[in-house]
Structure formats: C-alpha cells, structure tokens
Design a protein around this ligand. Structure first.
Ligand SMILES: O=c1nc[nH]c2c1ncn2[C@H]1C[C@H](O)[C@@H](COP(=O)(O)OP(=O)(O)OP(=O)(O)O)O1
Ligand SMILES: [Mg+2]
Length: 203
C-alpha cells in the first residue's frame, strides 16, 4: 500500500518514467514536481553530481515540507576528460535537441579508436527529509560512445551510449532492461534500501 508521499524534484520526463517504474514496488507514492504544483527553477551550481542532487532535493523540500528525492546525472566521456559530466544537460545549449547534442559528441570523437571511446552514465540520488537529514548515493554504467545514433527508447544521450554486454545502446533496450542495469536503476534500488534502514533507525 502506498502510504507515504515523495516528491521527485525533476523536470525531466524521461527520468520520471524510469523512476516511477523502479519505485512501483515501494510504500512510497512518487509524484512529480508538476503534480505537486511546484514550479521553480533550481540553479545547479554544485561541482559534483552528489552536490547537485542535494541542491535539487533540499530546495524543493524547503517549500514542500515532505520527503523529496532528486537525481543528478550525466555522461562522462574519457577521451573528453570526463566531459560533459555535470554539464551534460547544458552541453551544446540547454534547449538544444538531443539529436543535435548527440551529433556534436559524435563529431568530437571523429576518428577516435573504439578502445578510446569509453564512457559512463553517472547517477547521484539525494533524498532530503523535512528534519534536515539527507541521504545520497551514486552509481554508474560503463559503455562506449558509438559514431551514429541507434535506437529510439529512453532519452538524452541513450542513442549513442553502447553497452557491450548487451550489444546495443541504452536507446535500443526496453525500459525493463535499461532499469535493471542502468546508473539510475542501480542508484534508486540502493537508495530504497538506504531509506529502509534510515526509517528503521529513526522510528
Ligand atoms: O539515462 C540516461 N540516458 C540518457 N541520457 C541521460 C541519462 N541520464 C542522464 N542523462 C543525461 C541527460 C541530461 O543531459 C543529463 C542529466 O542532467 P540533469 O541536470 O541531471 O537532469 P535534467 O536537467 O534533464 O533534469 P532535472 O535537473 O530537472 O532533474 O544527463
Ligand atoms: Mg538539470
């Protein structure tokens, strides 16, 4: 039974869809900022994924006064010294379509050998409680940047992120498989456990 409300502090519909699937089996009813009637622009001025996740969760918690969860994530490309990293959403312009952002990345890696195209998606999750307590964690999924877009599922950089173990991009995976192996799926599942032990310790 769903007996506790959590707001998920994101404006990204791709994330909301994945998060709802992963949180389905918990006691938490996860609602979006939009559904909670909260519309605010949050400046992501942290220098790490964790810091930005904490900023998003805390800012929304302060006005909503309930448990708030947030995700800060991005793509680290080793050949580009881990760029775009925490700037993934801003890379090439915040409102630029991902078809164009993906082409910009493909161009930057033109002629680079496969072994040097390693990359990872990173996801930090933060949970802010009304008493001020905060939980965080971070997970990754390793892969390669390919030189053309493949697949139409998922969002963002999924069409250029190839996972060798499954011989496809994360945009070619169905939602179940992506959630099972992704940075976000792993981070949320371990956060569910962290929240359970936090709740047990603070009863
Ligand atoms: O599974 C993923 N598949 C593809 N791309 C992904 C994924 N996970 C993160 N990404 C990319 C999209 C965006 O460029 C950045 C997240 O930026 P990030 O600031 O955390 O999210 P956002 O601005 O879209 O929404 P919000 O801050 O409201 O949660 O990393
Ligand atoms: Mg953002």
């Amino acid at each position: 039974m769903k007996n506790e409300k959590i707001i998920f502090a994101t404006k990204n519909r791709g994330k909301i869809k994945e998060i709802n699937m992963i949180m389905k089996d918990t006691k938490y009813e996860v609602i979006s900022m939009e559904d909670a009637g909260i519309d605010m622009d949050i400046v992501e001025d942290g220098v790490t994924f964790e810091e930005n996740a904490v900023i998003k969760a805390s800012k929304v918690m302060e006005i909503a006064d309930c448990i708030v969860m947030a995700d800060d994530s991005g793509l680290e490309i080793d050949y580009l010294n881990k760029a775009p990293g925490i700037y993934s959403a801003r890379f090439g312009g915040e409102d630029t379509p991902y078809s164009i952002k993906n082409k910009m990345i493909i161009d930057k890696l033109k002629g680079v050998e496969e072994k040097d195209r390693t990359a990872r998606f990173v996801c930090a999750i933060a949970v802010a409680f009304p008493n001020g307590d905060i939980l965080t964690n971070k997970e990754v999924i390793e892969g390669y940047i390919i030189n053309e877009e493949k697949g139409t599922n998922g969002f963002g950089y999924d069409p250029i992120f190839y996972v060798p173990e499954y011989d496809c991009t994360t945009a070619e995976m169905d939602n179940e498989l992506k959630n099972e192996i992704s940075h976000r799926g792993k981070a949320l599942r371990s956060m569910k456990l962290k929240m359970e032990s936090y709740m047990n310790d603070n009863r």
